[in-house]
Ligand binder design. Structure first.
Ligand code: 1GP
Length: 236
């Protein structure tokens, strides 16, 4: 049985920083490994997520193992479905899309994940996942068939997050969607994180260090970045 310490170490003990997301549909393992060599040397990077909104590629197990073999940082699954799980990950976000009203993403996928979780004993991080409008229809909005919360409704975001905390989620993920035109506004991050006792992470549309630092100053524990690393806009 693994030591289930990822949550404590990454969200309670660790300084704030960046989590880099690798989407196997968009970055081949060989490219990811090259990037990881550089990223590992950067103190701002605290963990890696692996996940995809669709997962058209095969060989997820091999991919996660490849990432894991090249870093000492935690490697965490960020699954959009029960078919996106790997025993090689250190932990997985066990997410419910609580901004949406699609029952399959509130409890259906999660139910199908149970046999894998029980069989492997993998650490689960119960996560309330909240989609906030990022200025365009992103894959997560389209695939989830849910509406994001309007970006000027900070109270609505904060109340969804509080409901998640009251349900017992241990983490809130504010998501503008990968490749969003605009990241979640700082005032939304601030209103949400100051209303909660559990950590908040934020992702989608972050393209520069200044915005990442401002998101952390606004109360985000970590910022998740995928596209900017993939396209070498950051850390080149
Ligand atoms: C997606 O929040 C992540 O779930 C990352 O988004 O690709 O826009 O950085 P980006």
């Amino acid at each position: 049985m693994q030591q289930k310490r990822v949550y404590e170490n990454l969200f309670k003990r660790c300084d704030s920083g960046l989590i880099v997301l690798f989407d196997p549909d968009r970055t081949k393992l060989s490219e990811a490994v090259k990037k990881i060599e550089k990223l590992n040397r950067n103190d701002m990077i605290k963990a890696y997520f692996v996940g995809s909104s669709f997962q058209t590629s095969f060989g997820l197990d091999e991919y996660v193992k490849g990432v894991k073999d090249n870093t000492d940082l935690p490697v965490i699954m960020f699954p959009s479905s029960h078919s996106q799980l790997s025993k090689h990950a250190d932990a997985m976000l066990y997410m419910s899309l609580i901004s949406g009203r699609n029952p399959y993403l509130l409890i259906g996928e999660q139910l199908r994940m149970v046999p894998f979780i029980v069989e492997t004993g993998i650490e689960t991080i119960p996560t309330g996942y909240i989609l906030v409008d990022g200025g365009k229809i992103t894959s997560v909005e389209f695939m989830s068939n849910t509406k994001p919360i309007p970006r000027d409704k900070k109270d609505l975001v904060a109340y969804h997050a509080k409901a998640g905390e009251l349900f017992g989620f241990k983490l809130i993920y504010l998501e503008a969607g990968s490749g969003a035109l605009y990241h979640v506004p700082f005032e939304v991050i601030k209103a949400t994180s100051s209303f909660l006792d559990i950590p908040v992470i934020v992702g989608g549309g972050f393209k520069n260090i200044k915005d990442i630092e401002n998101a952390i100053k606004s109360g985000a524990k970590h910022v998740v970045v995928g596209t900017a690393v993939e396209k070498e806009m950051l850390f080149v």
